[in-house]
Design a protein around this ligand. Sequence first.
Ligand code: TYD
Length: 140
Amino acid sequence: MITNTQSIKLDSIGGEYGSLIAVEESQTVPFEIKRIYFIYDVAPNVRRGFHSHVNLWQALICVHGSVKVEISNPFEKEEVLLDAPSKALIIGPMVWREMFDFQPGSVLLVLASEHFDESDYIRNHELYLKMARSWYEDGM
Ligand code: TYD
């Protein structure tokens, strides 16, 4: 995986009554969870994200349906398919992300390490590349 990202397989507790997945802060995911949000009702042709964060850690879990996530930095790029609720994608600081190919009805759950803070976003890709180059070259 590219720097500051990780794919995690979540344990599903299953049985004749259905399935259950638990996520615990600082255990299942490598950060304290201060916020959750979910993205839904996204049309199939819509691409969203288009930003990096400076400090935030997030875990993305597609709890219903499927979505693709492109994660990149100035030196690496990767595409991750989230098509099962047991797959979590961890994304840390200074990683550019774009989400696309939402299957109709999909729900993307996001667990985040901080409260919402617009000043933690880098939304301009040119600026991101400039900041990330020096950030990665200075060894984070
Ligand atoms: P944004 O993070 O840009 O969405 P995406 O990366 O999925 O395209 O957020 C979209 C809008 O929602 C933006 O105006 C900020 C707002 N927002 C909040 O108010 N609180 C939140 O926790 C989040 C994630 C977004």
